[in-house]
Write a protein that binds this ligand. Structure first.
Ligand SMILES: CC(C)(COP(=O)(O)OP(=O)(O)OC[C@H]1O[C@@H](n2cnc3c(N)ncnc32)[C@H](O)[C@@H]1OP(=O)(O)O)[C@@H](O)C(=O)NCCC(=O)NCCS
Length: 173
């Protein structure tokens, strides 16, 4: 899973001003609005990074946003924090991810998630974190992430996480 292959004519790029965001429709309004209204500003403020999947020449087929974060020791399952200090712990947040409806169901969602996780893994080589966390926008989204081994967080029904150890093992498969 270390390198993600894309069908011919597709490429991953960091979000820039010239990308046509207005037409993007994933079917979940919050996911679309983030890309249209907030993703670039957050990137300029160095709060998050958004990468878009382009079908050449310039259609956004999908995107994802990653941000650094911290989580309280007692929010993570015991088996992860058992040997860790009882402080705030470093995590990466997979803040947003979506595939345009015209492209859904053809494997791009799985690939873009693999790309986001490969980015997290590469980051983890130089900037350690204990897990990738995400908030599920909908129950459908939750089922999608669970399909890829994301685990529940006790007391947070719409949050999921992937511990570093599992991510590392996935990348070495
Ligand atoms: C969730 C989403 C990214 C899936 O993208 P997609 O391109 O349709 O997914 P894929 O075609 O790559 O499917 C990959 C795998 O995930 C499975 N899958 C897709 N959506 C699923 C769901 N809602 N529940 C369970 N499994 C799902 C597919 O069956 C497929 O499984 P397989 O590899 O074993 O055949 C897309 O539907 C989407 O953008 N939804 C709206 C926005 C959203 O909910 N984003 C996530 C929260 S921020």
């Amino acid at each position: 899973m270390r390198s993600v292959s894309w069908p011919e004519g597709y490429a991953i790029e960091q979000l820039e001003k010239h990308h046509q965001r207005k037409c993007f429709k994933s079917g979940v309004d919050a996911v679309d609005q983030w890309l249209k209204k907030s993703a670039r500003q957050a990137q300029e403020k160095r709060l998050s990074v958004t990468r878009v999947l382009i079908e050449e020449p310039d259609t956004i087929a999908g995107y994802y946003t990653l941000a650094m974060g911290q989580v309280s020791f007692d929010e993570l399952p015991l088996e992860i924090v058992r040997k860790l200090p009882g402080t705030l712990l470093p995590i990466i947040t997979l803040a947003w991810l979506g595939i345009d409806q015209r492209y859904q169901g053809s494997g791009l969602g799985g690939r873009i998630l693999a790309q986001a996780l490969a980015d997290c893994h590469r980051t983890g080589q130089v900037m350690p974190f204990v897990a990738v966390l995400l908030d599920c926008a909908t129950k459908e989204a939750k089922r999608f992430y669970q399909h890829y081994d994301f685990e529940g967080l006790p007391g947070h029904p719409m949050k999921l996480m992937l511990p570093w150890k599992l991510l590392d093992a996935m990348m070495k498969r």
